[in-house]
Design a protein around this ligand. Structure first.
Ligand SMILES: N[C@@H](CCC[C@H](N)C(=O)O)C(=O)O
Length: 314
């Protein structure tokens, strides 16, 4: 992992006197090593920390350490579609930027809500409002969590990417782009947040991860930047990946990334689209991903683990 220097705002905040400091209770969870600081904001409609404060708490030397901060907030107050939401999830990446969604994060938030004694329905499901729309995690009896992640966004403008859709696919499948002095074939999939997927023969030999990752994250074809997944196909139902996350760099797992690359592998004809879940091996462990033909939605199954809780100051 690379360690970013603290921003001037963060170091200013660190120098605050005890008198000025605000106490912040937190819990720390991870999904396959993709780790988050969870804040109980169930009585609030907006996050109680700023992006700068969140970035400081995520720092692995000067803070608690984490790939992001997740806020468990009130459901939206509007009537209509908002009426049956249980909670809202917002998240800041470790650099303070705000993504639309987080797959490992939503499992951690579901486990956090359960541990707080929240059980809103008999089926173990939570209706969560996110910037990517409705997401529904369900607590399984074996301790894992299955999340209805909704439908993938395949239209280029919705990913978003300026790469051209291939006529035969009506979406961006293995389109050519140049980055870090190399030619790549990119498949773009949106899961609320953007993902650029690159299939390689050998994950260890074919990429210069620390250089290719950031070059592709900030490539001009992605107006909102992008998460970057390098993928090796191990078999019809097994993919392995390395991820360079937008706003966080290398992480041990990315749930939205695992969903996006499974869709990409099916769109690019690397694996068949079937009813069986695909095993996606990430640096931190396995997720199981299903892209159902019946409702076109993606279902992700994996763990969420409590690490520790405490109180910090900002
Ligand atoms: N690790 C997450 C994704 C978090 C957001 C991402 N860095 C972005 O900016 O889109 C996951 O598990 O999905």
């Amino acid at each position: 992992f690379s360690v970013r220097p603290l921003s001037s705002t963060a170091s200013t905040s660190l120098r605050r006197t005890t008198l000025e400091a605000r106490k912040v209770p937190f819990s720390k969870y991870h999904g396959l090593g993709n780790d988050f600081i969870l804040i109980d904001d169930r009585d609030k409609s907006e996050p109680s920390l700023t992006p700068e404060e969140s970035a400081m708490l995520c720092h692995r030397n000067f803070g608690i350490g984490g790939d992001g901060v997740i806020f468990a907030l009130q459901p939206p107050s509007e009537s209509g579609d908002g009426a049956d939401f249980d909670f809202t999830m917002r998240i800041y990446n470790s650099d303070g930027s705000e993504p639309e969604m987080c797959g490992n994060g939503i499992r951690c938030m579901a486990q956090f809500l359960k541990d707080l004694g929240e059980s809103k329905s008999d089926d173990g499901a939570y209706q969560i409002h996110t910037l990517a729309g409705r997401i529904v995690p369900v607590m399984n009896e074996d301790g894992t969590i299955t999340v209805d992640m909704g439908e993938p966004f395949l239209e280029a403008a919705k990913v978003p990417t300026t790469l051209e859709a291939n006529a035969e696919h009506d979406s961006v499948v293995e389109q050519t782009l140049e980055a870090n002095g190399k030619t790549w074939k990119c498949t773009a999939v949106g899961m609320g947040n953007p993902h650029a997927i690159f299939f390689v023969n050998d994950l260890e030999k074919d990429i210069d991860f620390e250089k290719d990752g950031p070059a592709l994250e900030a490539h001009e074809s992605f107006p909102a930047k992008t998460n970057v997944e390098f993928v090796q196909v191990k078999g019809d139902d097994h993919l392995i990946m390395k991820v360079w996350e937008r706003g966080a760099g290398p992480t041990l797992a990315c749930g939205t990334g695992a969903c996006a690359l499974t869709v990409a592998a099916m769109r690019a004809g690397k694996i068949p689209r079937g009813d069986q879940p695909v095993r996606v091996t990430l640096p931190g462990g396995d997720l199981w991903i299903e892209w159902r033909e019946s409702d076109n939605k993606i279902y992700m199954t994996g763990p969420a683990t409590f690490a520790f809780a405490g109180e910090t100051k900002v």
